[in-house]
Design a protein around this ligand. Sequence first.
Ligand code: SF4
Length: 354
Amino acid sequence: MNKSSVYGLTLNQLIAWLGERGHKKFRAAQVWDWLYRKRVTDFAEMTDVHPECVRLLSEHFAISVLIEHLRQESADGTIKFLFKLTDGNLIETVLMRHKFGLSVCVTTQVGCNIGCSFCASGLLAKSRDLSAGEIVGQIMKVQLHLDQAGRGEKVSHIVVMGIGEPFDNFVNMTDFINVVKDHKGLAIGARHITVSTSGLAGKIIEFADSDLNVNLAISLHAPNDELRTRIMKINRAIPLNQLMQAIDYYLEKTKRRITLEYILLKDVNDRTEHALELAELVGHRRPLANVNLIPYNPVDEHSQYQRSEQESITAFYDTLKKQGVSCSVRLEHGTDIDAACGQLRSKQIKQSIG
Ligand code: SF4
């Protein structure tokens, strides 16, 4: 049977696991340091950890359970990794370089059931959730890649925006965040971590009530129910008024800013009337909301959608600004490789099938 990854344990879980087997707390701290500070890839390298503890760990766990299957590097420094899981499934992880640091976009599920009509990832239905160890493993694989390059670079930001709906894998996502945030390990600041959801209202409330304290982004993509249901079928189950109520709860509870993601699709949701409607929807939330406009990366399978003209993007942005809505246009990364989320993975799967 395949062993699960030790990366899936939070520090408290590791302390408890070793404690149940008679090992004191400091042993867990030693192991944690070897995993996340010294970043060894074999338990046998944990030279100052008691041999019995090393034996126990290697008997029950693997360190990483991901194998690098493919890597695409863009001229702008973006790297797309395709990792193979122990069950043969492929997942995609992206490293992006920004002025403010290095961010990694992680995947939380194998496929996705939300079925947004513009998305390459959603073309393949969810076959399973990723374990916390498989999500942490993506960050560690990227960090080890940076370590090997020898420039002392460190992953500084994480966006949970890859394949899957993170709130549909809530417990594993929560463990993942607690592992990467831990100040004795990777120590990635809570303000440097963003989770993006398609709008699972109940989970937004649970997230607001949690002590994760990381950033939240909502995939909004349309300013009214009719259009949003057309683009995102999740809107049928959770319409905008329910979503906005959950957002209000989150804002009230956390007092933290929120990002509203808006993918611009030519002649679908990119007209001035849509920008005006969006400004109205943002309404009283203006001080705590930022709209992130995302120029669409076309994918072959969704030929009904095209990228908005540059004039439309500028006009949309200007309209929101004039309405007092804080907004930005997302900088693009890796346009010379398979830039759309999930594109590399779906291409590979198609090639292997076909
Ligand atoms: S955009 Fe996100 S939530 Fe929607 S189908 Fe794609 S991966 Fe799933």
